[in-house]
Design a protein around this ligand. Sequence first.
Ligand SMILES: Nc1nc2c(ncn2[C@@H]2O[C@H](COP(=O)(O)OP(=O)(O)OP(=O)(O)O)[C@@H](O)[C@H]2O)c(=O)[nH]1
Length: 342
Amino acid sequence: MAVEVPMFQQNTKQANKLMRSAIPLMVKLDIPPTPFNYGIWYEYASNNNPKLNQLVDRALRRFGSLPAFVSKELFTEFLLPEEFQHADAQGARLKSLTSSLETNTADISKDINIFHSNLQKAKDSIYDASTPSQIEQLASTLEKGAFQVNQAIERFGRSLVSAQDELASLRAELSDVKKNTELDVMTLLANEKGFERTLFSLVPYAEDDLTLLLIDIDNLAGVNQEYGKKAGTSLIRYISKVLLGMLPETGFIARLEGGRFAMLLSETELSVAAQLAESIRHEVSIQKIRYKNTKVLLRQVTVSIGVATLFGDESPKELVDRSQHYLVYAKRSGKNCIAHHE
Ligand SMILES: Nc1nc2c(ncn2[C@@H]2O[C@H](COP(=O)(O)OP(=O)(O)OP(=O)(O)O)[C@@H](O)[C@H]2O)c(=O)[nH]1
């Protein structure tokens, strides 16, 4: 899943502009200057996320302000990329990023508070200021204060941009970590987790043309028994290469467990997928496989295949269940065959 980091996507200029809209809102509503709140109000001012704005408005109506527990929740839900919510290794870096933002937000809020109290003082003394030089003095104090606040905002804008870089690099790392956890180290194909993620990402776009082939090596237990478990494992690797070699361009393949593979074919109707399944079955059955450690030629190796094409509003699980059903049918029909609905 592509994860957006909306708060940090703008460049410095845009960031400053948005901070200028966010800060008065926060001052007006007496929102504490925590990183969570800055993030949320920045996003609120950018109007990027109607759902977030709706929830903030609702909280304001209910509580009159934004309670810390609400802003923390909103921050996690809307601003924190999903990977960061669970990843342990990157958690520490994110924590340090958050605390550096915290320091920056503390700095900026100090400047704003000073400016705010100067504004109050100016408001009070404006009635007493009768001479042009007193008024000039007030104006110059305010001008100086405004300049300082502007500078603080710009510094904060820059720190947002550097946070953006840091988050981008964290995100790249996480995506690698995620990819690796979706890898089957034995065959270097995707594993079951990778299969599930791909399946879930394809189903919403499929129009009765996403086909799943569940391919299972026949009698693997017998191979293990006859030639040893290492030979069985070697066979799984060998079959994975045969399958990969036959994978169409629009296809995706994963090893689920033992000698079972899942091949997902996008934009492939049942008749075409069934032909491919039959070619795979045939190709495996004619292999002459020699176990390299002992040079022993294995007896014929075969696979059984269950084929199902997604239809209607079927869920990913229903598609898997139906393929599984046909695979069981193929096994019961004597193995070395394929099965699918008519
Ligand atoms: N060598 C090897 N064997 C495995 C591995 N993972 C699972 N197995 C074995 O593969 C077998 C899979 O079980 P089944 O699918 O029920 O057995 P099968 O003999 O293939 O039977 P059918 O699928 O009905 O043809 C079990 O005996 C597991 O011990 C592995 O990584 N390496």
